[in-house]
Design a binder for this molecule. Sequence first.
Ligand code: SF4
Ligand code: SF4
Length: 100
Amino acid sequence: MKYLSMDDRLAKNRFDSDDHNSHIIVDKTACNTCKHRGCTYCCPAERYKWDTMSDKLIFDHVGCLECGNCRLICERLKQGVEGYAWNYPVQGRGIIFREG
Ligand code: SF4
Ligand code: SF4
């Protein structure tokens, strides 16, 4: 069986992404004080990564599957503390789910 990278797998979905306006906001500097970094484990699309070279969070909203896992695992996203916000993409943009 051919191994597909995450980018290959995400490319099998259809997106209408707003590349410049993220529907999820995280304060990557403040994330340095996070004790669990759960976002880097819970995202099925691997949108969150911890960069060991810079010791900083990397987040890319393009490719988000809108599952909500990060909002559940991150108390800052859940509570909407300053610098953090979780919303669905505006005007139905983002992933396009196939029905039927
Ligand atoms: S879980 Fe939340 S606070 Fe912790 S690193 Fe991820 S986004 Fe930042
Ligand atoms: S909503 Fe789901 S797919 Fe999107 S960034 Fe959060 S965990 Fe990843």
